[in-house]
Design a protein around this ligand. Structure first.
Ligand SMILES: Cc1cc2nc3c(=O)[nH]c(=O)nc-3n(C[C@H](O)[C@H](O)[C@H](O)COP(=O)(O)OP(=O)(O)OC[C@H]3O[C@@H](n4cnc5c(N)ncnc54)[C@H](O)[C@@H]3O)c2cc1C
Length: 425
């Protein structure tokens, strides 16, 4: 019997397994990234994840002070994770947050920078164009530039790194989908004991004293929190577009940082985007990254704030992952990239799909459902950079009853469709 079984081998689950494996016997259960064949309408596979990519932005300042604090705890540990695992996953190219001068978004980012003493520069639109001449940023905009402890991570490599460390510590990784998690009574030599039973789709049974559910956007599609119980989260289908550029063009703009935008957009930007012209322009963009096919891509994604529809069922989720975004949206987003990043030639472009699980609070759920069942989900589209800290907090809470961060625990209370998780400390 394991001390802890972590269900879900994504960004948060792999981090949790690593932290717990330092002092406990741990089993991590969750499938690897699907192969091309498994990601098709004809395959049986219906559980995917939000980490199948090479670029997730990280920075210490953000408009939400709580998310900022989680990031500030996690990011300084990246180098230790790389060293311990031997896997590099972070590229410190910096991050530029841009918005209307005096607008709520950029003002909130500046507040966090000031209160948390983050090393960042405030730049005018003209300053941005002079530092990054290939970026078309309007004079109406203002930016916060973090040059250190900011850039992008490869979520694929981060998951690999966390699992590698967990395994070194003795963690067992079973690459299967979990069908159910239940509390059962077993008779030991001395007494009747209540333990957790985890059953996979293949019928494998795993016993553990405690279980942590870290299954992201797919939590509702198996019986992980009890029969007919699901987390109170909304599932937003997100589309991204990757524009291929040549290695020479990638070199020309090699100083490009990660970009977050929330504002009215530039006058010369593609006006097809976002779909609702009354809404603000909200996107994030990654600098050119070399993918496993050897090609360089600039990636742009819109925020879940600009997504008009939601997903509700397992088959809808599968269809969205298998079919991807529609061609028109992909083209609009590709046009957006070339209207912001000047002087690069598009060799090809394609779209990809992903889903984020968003809580009503816009904060992650890090909680105990009962004394033997914990939960760490609801990344809200922001959790990759902070996954190491979210996993650590969840493990400390479930295994040791500790909450050791200066943010009130109540902010992370899990809401289930049938009520609120118990979080008595
Ligand atoms: C397009 C996109 C762009 C993003 N950009 C950023 C960014 O720039 N910066 C940032 O910080 N964050 C970003 N995010 C958010 C970030 O990727 C997510 O918040 C993060 O992946 C959440 O981690 P997680 O562990 O909760 O979920 P995941 O990483 O999805 O992991 C959950 C895992 O659980 C597994 N699983 C599910 N059900 C079961 C089951 N029944 N049994 C076993 N395993 C199961 C899944 O297969 C998966 O591996 C982005 C997300 C998307 C989709």
């Amino acid at each position: 019997m394991f001390d802890l079984c972590v269900v879900g081998a994504g960004l948060i689950g792999s981090a949790a397994a690593k932290h717990a494996s330092r002092s406990s016997s741990v089993c991590l259960v969750g499938p690897d990234e699907p192969t091309g064949k498994e990601r098709s309408s004809t395959s049986q596979r219906d559980i995917y994840g939000g980490h199948y990519d090479e670029g997730r932005i990280y920075m210490q300042s953000t408009s939400d002070p709580v998310w900022a604090k989680l990031a500030q705890r996690a990011i300084p540990r990246y180098s230790e994770i790389s060293k311990e695992s031997g896997i590099e996953f972070a590229v410190d190219v910096g991050c530029l947050s841009v918005g209307d001068r005096g607008g709520n978004y950029i003002t909130a980012v500046k507040d966090v920078v000031e209160k948390d003493h983050i090393n960042a520069q405030v730049l005018s639109g003209a300053d941005v164009r002079s530092q990054f001449p290939f970026l078309s940023i309007s004079n109406r905009d203002e930016a916060v530039f973090e040059s250190h402890f900011a850039g992008y991570i490869s979520p694929r490599r981060l998951v690999k790194a966390q699992i590698a460390i967990a395994k070194k510590n003795g963690c067992q990784h079973i690459q299967e989908v979990v069908r159910s998690v239940t509390r059962v009574v077993v008779n030991t030599n001395r007494d009747a004991d209540s333990v957790m039973e985890v059953t996979t789709d293949y019928g494998r049974r795993i016993l553990a004293r405690k279980v942590l559910v870290a299954t992201g956007a797919f939590t509702a599609f198996r019986n992980l929190l009890g029969v007919e119980v699901s987390p109170d989260t909304k599932l937003f289908p997100l589309a991204v577009t990757k524009v291929e550029i040549s290695e020479e063009d990638a070199q020309k703009i090699k100083t490009m940082p990660s970009v977050l935008y929330f504002g009215k957009g530039g006058d010369d930007w593609n006006k097809d985007y976002p779909m609702d012209p009354r809404a603000p322009v909200v996107f994030y963009m990654l600098p050119p990254i070399r993918y496993s096919d050897g090609k360089y891509y600039i990636k742009l994604g819109h925020s879940h704030d600009s997504v008009p529809r939601l997903l509700h069922t397992g088959p809808q989720m599968k269809r969205w992952f298998d079919q991807g975004p529609d061609a028109q949206l992909t083209r609009q987003m590709a046009d957006m990239i070339t209207s912001v990043v000047k002087g690069v030639k598009v060799l090809s472009y394609h779209g990809d799909s992903c889903v984020v699980d968003v809580a009503p609070s816009n904060r992650p759920y890090i909680d105990r459902i009962h004394s033997q069942l914990g939960i760490a989900i609801a990344g809200n589209g922001y959790a990759a950079k902070s996954s190491d800290e979210i996993g650590r907090l969840a493990v400390e809470l479930l295994m040791n009853g500790k909450w050791d961060i200066d943010i009130p625990k109540d902010l992370f209370c899990a809401k289930l469709k049938s009520g609120c998780g118990q979080s008595k400390l």
